[in-house]
Design a protein around this ligand. Sequence first.
Ligand SMILES: NC(=O)C1=CN([C@@H]2O[C@H](COP(=O)(O)OP(=O)(O)OC[C@H]3O[C@@H](n4cnc5c(N)ncnc54)[C@H](OP(=O)(O)O)[C@@H]3O)[C@@H](O)[C@H]2O)C=CC1
Ligand SMILES: O=C1O[C@H](COP(=O)(O)O)[C@@H](O)[C@H](O)[C@H]1O
Length: 515
Amino acid sequence: MSASTVPVGVSAAAVDATKKGERVPEPCIVVIFGASGDLTKRKLLPALYHLDQSGLLPKDFAVVGVARRDLSATFGPDMKEGILKGGGVEENDPKLKPFMDRISYFATEFDDDAGFDKLKAHLAELDGKFNTKGNRLFYLAVAPEFFADITRRLGKHGMASPEAGDKHWVRVIIEKPFGTDLESARKLNDEINDVLAEDQIFRIDHYLGKETVQNILVFRFGNGIFEPVWNRNFIDHVEITAAESIGIEGRGPFYEKAGAVRDVLQNHVMEVLSFVAMEPPDSFEAEAVRTEKLKVWRAIEGIPVNNTVRGQYGPGKVDGKDVVGYRQEDRVSPTSSTETFAAIRLGIENWRWAGVPFYLRAGKRLAKRVTEVTIVFKQPPLHLFKSNSSEDNIAPNIIKMRIQPDEGISLQFGAKVPGPTTNLAQVNMAFSYADAFGKSSANGYERLLLDAMLGDATLFAHRDGVEATWALFTPILEAWAKVEAKHFPNYAAGTEGPECADELLAKDDRKWEKL
Ligand SMILES: NC(=O)C1=CN([C@@H]2O[C@H](COP(=O)(O)OP(=O)(O)OC[C@H]3O[C@@H](n4cnc5c(N)ncnc54)[C@H](OP(=O)(O)O)[C@@H]3O)[C@@H](O)[C@H]2O)C=CC1
Ligand SMILES: O=C1O[C@H](COP(=O)(O)O)[C@@H](O)[C@H](O)[C@H]1O
């Protein structure tokens, strides 16, 4: 298959590796708990389909969706619709029917022991039909309160480890949020480790599946020119933004308990931060990468609450349309104190980063969807040239790593304006993923599902890492919980966020990048 015929959603390199036999998983059944949910339909099934389309799934393979309602009649068509819409797939794609034929639905309550016994028997039957050899990848695409219970039941009903003497494997992918604070994360880790060995557990953060997030490591460690300046001697400060223009998309009960810190900052943004700040690992193996990430999180000094701000959106306009405020969203309290925006300033106390502030922000219903890392460099020691604009003289060099949308990397630098005087203006050198490699409809789950089937945990969270990030955010959440958010709502939907976020940077004489 040439690069131009690689199906959307999967990289040409992955397909090449498969052709060489390097990355084809063993036969297996993927069992998705929460199969009637939003995540399964919008992300997981399209991702599995992209893998199948590219020949990255084993020939002997099946998917079983598990949820409580009897959906046997509607599950197939419903999932097919998800694949067509979410996967950029044509209805007449010849690979669609054979893929759909390998998907089935199984109804049980998650606390029904008889249901789990029947599920075990059902999977054994499918092993016979699809030659899947007893290998299982369980995916817990369910609300966090079910993670421990389902795992316990898998153990109780003999599904958490391969049958005695078998060479087969059982792995479990667990969705986020992994706990709601340090104590609950520790408890959850203990409960899950009671049943599963650490190498069976795949705590997923779909940001790590994004090509542009992985590319942070490639940019830094796969090139010779960036790493020498990637430190406190050259970098003034770092900004990481995860801004969304969408609201809570009908997930009121979930979001009321979560908020921007638990939903995005503690996990997605901290994962990105670890890639930006970590030391080069000894190898690109799970243990080595996780060790370096953990060192970053552990080197972060406690974040004082006055280095944090929170916000909640009120009514406003997004993309020219009126939208309601958070407190008016379906199944949200009209007096809710849940933050839909959070920003923090933190410092990493190690040799590389001492004295360099990192500013992180995440929020919903902002002016634009943009996830981006901005590295702002120090000024040259002397300004020799005049600028065409008053701003340019003080404009620093900036590397922007755009995670989404318009994925790419740009470098801002000063250039001579053509003409008889030596004046300077800021220009951009830009790399665009779409221009270089073509557009992709991958959603981040393709790579992670494939890695889990292969038993490669490099891009998954380890228990120590989850606890280290919770240790940083738990005191903030506790402090916020003690003080009523009387100022909520404090930003209008469709804007740059609350004023207090600007004030956080103004204290340091800095400004956020405009969204
Ligand atoms: N949606 C997203 O974009 C993202 C979601 N996540 C995480 O993924 C997980 C799932 O999210 P999402 O798909 O949105 O959730 P949904 O609420 O859409 O789906 C929940 C699923 O769990 C099933 N379920 C709930 N209670 C029971 C029960 N007692 N017995 C059996 N089945 C039950 C539901 O089945 P039924 O329909 O039969 O009630 C449904 O299939 C969450 O942890 C979330 O944080 C992470 C990143 C993004
Ligand atoms: O985990 C989550 O992530 C999404 C944002 O993911 P993205 O890939 O679209 O950037 C967020 O909308 C959601 O609230 C959160 O649960």
